[in-house]
Design a protein around this ligand. Structure first.
Ligand code: UDP
Length: 235
């Protein structure tokens, strides 16, 4: 395998499957199977989960809610998703730990970096919930931060499109996909990979990002095996 320790970022929306809201148990079960395939190859897997399928602070603020209050709701939403993902992984026979950036000790361990690394070394999947624990951030920033902290080799951003395009492929049929692109070119061309805070954190720490289609069976394993799937962002 090309990568020994990965940080997989899944958005909350990915968990919706074909629904408009909430969590699709079938989609979760599919993801668990995909994750199992890479674990069986001895790869260490950490996951940061989003919350956009339940609540986003920015959406609340646009309707008059206090932004910090909304962000707290968003962070709790990521813990809910983390619990759902944890169940699905355990159902598939995978050992897991959920660590939260906000204290919620009855349902999740607190985030302790050394403990997270130990879990990974023992072959457990570590799910990081609660984002960064701070309002005004996103789970993409949490993904980059945790990846750096645990010395992950790469961030794998699992999405429903198969990479980064010159424009939105769901709206523009002339959009062309990049196989490789530099951090600088992404910024220069104004392409959307992650929010700027997350993206520059990754760039400054020379942590490559691979954007790929997580909904296609076998793709995760192929990416971890170094096959040319999705788009790789690197120096
Ligand atoms: N959030 C936050 N701080 C963080 C991470 C998340 O306040 O460090 C809140 C924020 O309101 C965000 C919501 O949690 O909108 C859900 O996270 P995100 O939008 O990143 O989820 P995704 O788009 O990946 O589903």
């Amino acid at each position: 395998m090309q990568y020994k320790r990965i940080l997989l970022k899944l958005s909350g929306e990915a968990l919706m499957g074909n629904r408009q809201y909430g969590i699709d148990p079938d989609r979760l079960a599919e993801y668990a199977e995909e994750i199992k395939k890479v674990l069986d190859k001895g790869v260490e897997v950490a996951i940061v989960i989003g919350g956009g399928n339940i609540f986003r602070g920015l959406a609340g603020a646009s309707r008059g809610m206090d932004r910090v209050q909304g962000d707290h709701m968003g962070m709790l939403a990521t813990v809910i998703n983390g619990l759902a993902l944890q169940s699905a992984l355990e159902e598939a026979g995978i050992q897991t730990r959920l660590q939260s950036a906000i204290q919620i000790n009855e349902v999740a361990e607190p985030f302790i970096r050394r403990r997270a690394i130990r879990h990974l070394e023992k072959g457990r999947v570590v799910i990081f919930g609660g984002g960064t624990g701070n309002p005004y951030f996103t789970t993409d920033s949490a993904a980059v931060l945790r990846a750096i902290e645990i010395h992950a080799d790469v961030i794998l951003k699992g999405t429903r499109v198969d990479g980064i395009y010159t424009s939105d492929p769901e709206k523009d049929d002339k959009a062309v996909k990049f196989d490789f692109i530099s951090f600088e070119d992404v910024l220069q061309k104004g392409l959307k990979v992650m929010d700027t805070t997350a993206f520059t954190l990754s760039q400054e720490n020379e942590l490559p990002i691979i954007v790929f289609d997580m909904n296609k069976k076998g793709n995760l394993l192929k990416v971890v095996n170094g096959e040319a799937i999705g788009t790789t962002v690197n120096l």
